[in-house]
Design a protein around this ligand. Structure first.
Ligand code: C2E
Ligand code: CA
Ligand code: CA
Length: 478
């Protein structure tokens, strides 16, 4: 009878122990890990490594769970064979292991990882994240674990099969990214608050008259100021929000185009559309509905699609494009020549326009190779009745060389940067304002310089400026 309490105690503590052991591998589990680390952090210094098998899910699917379990046990054997009595091993969850190296050096940890990697070579690769800790530096075990996880995260993101040591700057950056992503999510929820569009003019190559504009999204953050779409579009694509934002862009740009057509009746609008949007099941109708509601004729709208890997499924996309084209909408291949495509791409996808990236236009006036290349691309596109838009024209010399090749549309800082709608409107639709007149004169100057007709240029100056201004302008410009 006296023994009974003792037996009970033993059983309770065993039960408690059992709860802290991982059944498959016999290692300590997450709970015990947290408990031990807490103590550790008060007394020791050292390194904590967290690692995982790369693509473990795929390995399981391919070879079955039994194989997967055996692999986990193999790992435990390797770990145990290569640890001394100070090193502590844990299986946290799934394929996630933790190794605690009190009193070891960075070199020891790296050596340990190398051995592990070598021994596993024929089964799989592993990625590891490591953080160093000191007694009494104020961090608790969950923070230390989080740091190690974030280093592991980076190891996986940057190609896997590697060890990454935690750095506080990386972590800070990562945190800021996460905060920014949350901010974007809120912005979308709050009726796209902070998002707005800029418009960059597209100019006809033949007479430098205005053809239309490309709508380009911007985001104004209360904390960070204006953020480039190059930075936030990838986020929106990752979390799928690009679908809602893209629709908002389309609607806003189309409505703007309708208003501007009162000034310039054949004004065109180009809108960027992400492959993520194109993957939505009902994208064909969504676009057509927005267009229908606006009353804009389809042939005033161009949708710009960036050529990419994701666009290789020709028959799927051609089906969508076919429907749109039936309504007059034009399809443009953006950033042509920078990505995956070759000229053969233009044959597989039924497009109306190709936008040639700035890198081909850059310095064509003294780069014979680029000039010939561009000349061939334009000729080929025209042969296939594809319109050509040359992007990123910044210099007069580029424009003059380009004009010899007869692109259909030209876009670039030389004419104008992307402007907010008020400024765009003043520049192209308000003859009474100064900016408008300046622009007319500048464009006439391009035309006349190109055709060596200075006589005409003075005529235009005369009709736009008083004598005094002509003198000022001629001194400045010629
Ligand atoms: P993109 O479609 O190739 O747009 C052209 C980019 O080149 C714009 O950058 C524009 O400001 C810039 N650019 C125009 N002229 C010149 C020039 O003469 N020289 C140089 N160096 N650059 C010039 P932005 O506005 O920063 O947009 C960057 C990219 O973000 C766009 O490249 C597009 O891929 C994406 N993007 C912008 N708005 C949207 C949108 O509404 N939806 C989607 N899905 N993507 C968008
Ligand atoms: Ca574009
Ligand atoms: Ca482009």
């Amino acid at each position: 009878k006296e023994n009974k309490p003792a037996w009970l105690m033993g059983s309770i503590s065993e039960l408690a122990m059992v709860r802290k052991v991982d059944h498959l591998t016999g290692l300590w589990n997450y709970e015990k890990f947290m408990e031990n680390m807490g103590k550790n952090l008060r007394e020791n210094k050292g390194y904590l490594m967290v690692f995982g098998i790369d693509n473990f899910k795929n390995i399981n699917v391919k070879n079955g769970r039994t194989f997967g379990n055996r692999l986990l046990k193999t790992i435990v054997n390797i770990l145990e064979e290569n640890s001394d009595r100070f090193t502590k091993l844990y299986r946290l969850d799934g394929d996630r292991f933790a190794v605690d190296f009190p009193w070891k050096t960075r070199a020891d940890v790296t050596a340990f990882y190398r051995i592990l990697k070598k021994e596993l070579e024929k089964y799989c690769t592993v990625s590891a994240g490591v953080v160093d800790y000191y007694a009494d530096d104020g961090e608790d075990s969950s923070i230390i674990y989080q740091y190690a996880e974030s280093a592991l995260d980076r190891a996986k993101k940057e190609g896997k099969d590697q060890i990454v040591f935690f750095s506080f700057e990386d972590y800070q950056k990562r945190l800021e990214q996460i905060q920014f992503q949350d901010e974007l999510k809120m912005a979308v929820k709050e009726e796209f608050h902070g998002f707005y569009l800029c418009y960059q003019p597209q100019i006809r190559g033949e007479d430098l008259s205005i053809y239309g504009a490309e709508a380009l999204i911007r985001y104004k953050s209360p904390w960070r100021g204006i953020v480039s779409p190059m930075e936030f579009i990838p986020f929106l694509e990752q979390n799928g929000l690009i679908c809602r934002v893209g629709e908002w862009v389309l609607r806003t740009a189309i409505e703007q185009c309708v208003r501007w057509r009162k000034y310039i009746p054949d004004f065109h609008i180009s809108v960027n559309i992400s492959y993520v949007q194109l993957r939505q099941e009902d994208i064909t109708d969504r676009v057509l509905d927005i267009l229908g509601e606006s009353g804009l004729p389809g042939n005033a709208l161009t949708l710009e699609v960036t050529e990419s890997m994701q666009l290789q499924d020709y028959s799927y996309f051609n089906k969508i494009f076919y429907e749109w084209k039936r309504h007059g909408i034009k399809i443009s291949i953006d950033d042509f020549g920078t990505g995956y495509s070759s000229l053969s791409y233009l044959k597989s996808i039924d497009v109306d326009e190709t936008k040639i990236d700035r890198c081909f236009i850059n310095r064509i006036y003294n780069n014979m190779y680029n000039y010939r290349l561009l000349s061939n691309i334009i000729e080929l596109a025209h042969g296939a009745r594809i319109q050509v838009c040359c992007e990123g024209v910044e210099k007069e010399e580029e424009l003059f060389s380009l004009m010899e090749l007869h692109p259909d549309v030209i876009q670039g800082y030389l004419f104008a940067e992307p402007y907010e709608k008020e400024k765009f409107e003043a520049l192209y639709m308000k003859p009474e304002v100064e900016e408008y007149r300046k622009r007319i004169v500048q464009e006439e100057r391009f035309r006349c310089l190109h055709s060596d007709d200075l006589q005409r240029f003075y005529g235009v100056l005369n009709s736009n400026y008083r004598q005094r201004d002509i003198l000022k302008n001629t001194r400045l410009g010629l």
